[in-house]
Structures are given as structure tokens and as C-alpha cells.
Design a protein around this ligand. Structure first.
Ligand code: NAD
Length: 398
């Protein structure tokens, strides 16, 4: 068993989220040997900014570095599949950002290749690793809310509200044919499946594009940037700004979620409520240290994240005592800690406690059903192949 400080990593992409990956790895003591940017020049600027020793000139150069055991893929979505294939073929463990790929054909191939490689494979559905969400997962598995009947909520952001807001996610060839659903809806859908231990079996989806023409700056744009470009060109947009989706789960529970990148004032608001036969739970990512617990026969409760008051899973994901607020960046450290425990053993555990490629692929299959339902205006079943079903049953469901 190797400790994190004895394991080497490299990161592909050094934008918004690549930087968060690198900082979380450093907090764990992992040796981050270098990064790969979109060009050697841009990579060198990022390496200097972040304080990393190496900007690799190419993925070949990165994979030729024998000190690198794990590669983190944080590039735009269209690069995940080709880059992950190269990494697995080079015998490295891999942590890939969501969505795992552009299509379910691609993500299915990655599930197969990862299984054949025997390497650790993870998809960064980091929201699972807020300590209170780990606690909810365990609480529900232990019968803490009774039978789950209704799962509702939203994921709202506002950073694409204006026609002058631009990002690579708006280009289907770079971000995928589902935009709001693939980018942020995927987190919500994965999270509620993880916490309830239920599978989404059918969806009825309505997608709408409210801004059909946007202004693309002629220069590059950083994610979440608020600067306005002087020169722009008009671009037609076909992907959804907003989605509303009805859900059915495999135990008969019902669900509903609204997903929007046009919700003024909502910077990063993922909310859920889970209504069970004996209690209810509700959480908001903008107040991540608080869990609302609803009761019928007694006063409702607010559980403030506190290792002393959570189950073992919540405790393991927490780094600070109660009252010392934890947040987004800490979830990366918690998820990576789980992943690197397996890396230390050289292979995935029989039941990994982090989201694997199988779960990243499952999310793509739910996305396929969402797209088909919206196009046809009807309920659509999620079509799972035998491979995914078996892999998911072996993964960390309660
Ligand atoms: N888990 C989360 O909470 C979360 C949050 C944000 C983004 N993401 C995911 O992370 C990925 C990146 O998103 P972002 O917001 O950081 O985008 P970004 O635009 O801020 O960063 C993307 C980075 O990739 C680099 N890049 C582009 N082409 C490259 C290439 N050929 N080789 C290497 N690097 C290349 C860019 O230079 C940039 O540094 C996306 O897949 C996104 O869905 C996940």
C-alpha cells in the first residue's frame, strides 16, 4: 500500500477546475509533477501561475513521465474520451471530469477499456463528497427516512444569462449536444441516485433554448469570467438553457428537477429534497454545512456539519470540526482521498466508494433518455446494457 505522498500525478487542463484538482492533490501530499495545457505556451503560463515544475508539451510527453501514476483529465468535454483512452493504454490510473464523454457510445467504450486495464477509474462527481451528502447516503441506506417516495429539486446558475455570455460549453462539438443537463444536471441526477441508492428508470423531459443567438468574443474566454469582449460575432445556439424533467425511480418513487443556466442571482445553487415515508431531507449547495431534516410528529431539525454528529461516511469526508465551514474545494480532497486509497493498492476495490466510469456512463444513458424524451415529447425508459447493470451493482450502492 503506497501513501498519497508516494504517488505521482499529472493534470490535463489548467482552467477553472484543473486548478482546483491541483490544489486538492497538494493538500493530500500527492506529488503533482506537471500539467498539460491547450498549447505548450499556455501550459507554461499556467504552470508558472500555479507553481508547478513542468508544463508538458504534449500528452505523449506527459505519458512518458514514469513518475506519473495517475492522470486527471480536466479539459473540455470533447477531449475526455480520446485523452482517457490514451491514458488507460499507457497503463495509468485516471480521474476524469464529468461528463465522462460526449456520447454514451464513447463512455461505454471507456467503461470496457478501464475494466480491461485493471486501473483505478473515477468520474469527478464531487458533490457526492460534501460530508452531509455522504451522511445522507448512509442515513437513507440505514432506513433513516423510510421508503423514498419523492425526490425534487433544482440546479440553477446565472453565468449564461446574457446573450454576451460565452463559453466553449455553448458549442455542441466541444461541450456535447446536451448543455445545461450535461454540464450541471448530470451532477444533480448522479447525486440523488447516489444518496437514495435508487436508479432512474424513466424520464419525461422538456428542454428550451431562450437565447437562440449569442455573441462569441473573437478571443479566448475563461469559465465564469465576467469580462466583456469588445469584438464579437453572432452564433446560433441550439442547446438548452433550461430543462424541466420528471423522473421515475426503480422503487416506484417519483422525481422532478429544474435545471437552468439563466437564473439571475443563483451562482451555483443545487438543491434537493428527499421525502420518505418517515422523514424528509433537504440541502442546498450554497449553504453546504446545513442539512434540513423534516419530521411529521416532532420539531424539524437543522444538522450543522459536525464530525461528531454524522455517520462514518460523513466523518470520513470532513476535515474540520463543526462550525468551521467547509466547501466546494474540500469535496475534491475527500473524493480524491477515496480514489487514491485504491491507487495506493494498485487497483480498484471490489466496491469502490467513489463514482467510477460505470456511473459516469450511467449518467450518459440517463442523458440519452432525456434528449429522446424532449425530442419525442413522451416518457422514455433509460436503456441500460448488461455491462452497466452488472458494474453498477458491484459499485458502492447501499
Ligand atoms: N466537477 C465540477 O464541479 C466541475 C466544475 C467545472 C467544470 N467541470 C468539468 O471540467 C472540465 C473543464 O471545465 P472548466 O470549467 O475548468 O473549463 P475551462 O475552460 O476553465 O478550462 C479548460 C482547460 O482545458 C485546457 N485545454 C483546452 N484544450 C486542451 C488540450 N487539447 N489539451 C490540454 N488542455 C486543454 C484549456 O486551456 C483550459 O485550461 C469540463 O469537462 C467540465 O465539465 C467540472
Amino acid at each position: 500500500m503506497r501513501r498519497p505522498s508516494e504517488i505521482g500525478a499529472a493534470v490535463i487542463g489548467s482552467g477553472f477546475i484543473g486548478t482546483v484538482h491541483i490544489e486538492a492533490l497538494r493538500r493530500m501530499g500527492v506529488q503533482v509533477h506537471g500539467l498539460l495545457g491547450s498549447t505548450p505556451e499556455r501550459g507554461a503560463v499556467s504552470a508558472e501561475r500555479i507553481g508547478l515544475p513542468t508544463a508538458y508539451a504534449s500528452i505523449d510527453e506527459l505519458l512518458a513521465d514514469d513518475r506519473v501514476d495517475v492522470v486527471h483529465v480536466t479539459s473540455p468535454n470533447h477531449l475526455h474520451h480520446p485523452q482517457v483512452k490514451r491514458i488507460l493504454a499507457a497503463g495509468r490510473h485516471v480521474v476524469c471530469e464529468k461528463p465522462l464523454a460526449m456520447t454514451s457510445e464513447e463512455s461505454g467504450e471507456l467503461v470496457r477499456l478501464a475494466a480491461e486495464s485493471g486501473r483505478v477509474n473515477a468520474v469527478n462527481f464531487n458533490i457526492r463528497f460534501y460530508p452531509l451528502n455522504q451522511h445522507v447516503h448512509q442515513l437513507i441506506a440505514d432506513g433513516g427516512v423510510g421508503d423514498v417516495r419523492l425526490v425534487s429539486g433544482h440546479y440553477f446558475q446565472d453565468w449564461l444569462l446574457l446573450e454576451t455570455d460565452w463559453n466553449w460549453r455553448l458549442v455542441p462539438g466541444l461541450g456535447g449536444s446536451l448543455r445545461a443537463v450535461g454540464d450541471i444536471g448530470s451532477h444533480w441526477l448522479d447525486l440523488v441516485a447516489f444518496m437514495t441508492g435508487l436508479r432512474i428508470t424513466e424520464v419525461m423531459a422538456d428542454l428550451e433554448t431562450f437565447i437562440p443567438v449569442r455573441r462569441e468574443p473573437t478571443g479566448p474566454v475563461e469559465t465564469f469570467s465576467t469580462e466583456r469582449a469588445a469584438e464579437t460575432v453572432a452564433r446560433a445556439i441550439g442547446t438548452e438553457d433550461i430543462a424541466t424533467i420528471l423522473l421515475r425511480f426503480d422503487n416506484g418513487a417519483r422525481g422532478t428537477v429544474a435545471i437552468s443556466q439563466l437564473s439571475a442571482g443563483r451562482k451555483n445553487s443545487l438543491e434537493y429534497e428527499i421525502d420518505g415515508s418517515s422523514a424528509a431531507l433537504s440541502w442546498d449547495s450554497e449553504q453546504p454545512d446545513q442539512l434540513w431534516i423534516g419530521h411529521r410528529e416532532g420539531p424539524n431539525e437543522i444538522l450543522i456539519r459536525n464530525p461528531a454528529l454524522m455517520g462514518t461516511l460523513g466523518r470520513e469526508a470532513a476535515f474540520l470540526p463543526g462550525g468551521h465551514v467547509e466547501g466546494f474545494a474540500d469535496t475534491f480532497r475527500a473524493l480524491f482521498s477515496a480514489v487514491y486509497a485504491d491507487v495506493g493498492e494498485g487497483r480498484p476495490a471490489d466496491r469502490p466508494v467513489y463514482p467510477t466510469f460505470a456511473e459516469g456512463h450511467d449518467e450518459m444513458l440517463v442523458g440519452d433518455a432525456v434528449a429522446r424524451s424532449a425530442a419525442d415529447g413522451r416518457w422514455v425508459a433509460v436503456e441500460r446494457g448488461e455491462l452497466t447493470r452488472t458494474q453498477l451493482e458491484e459499485s458502492a450502492r447501499p
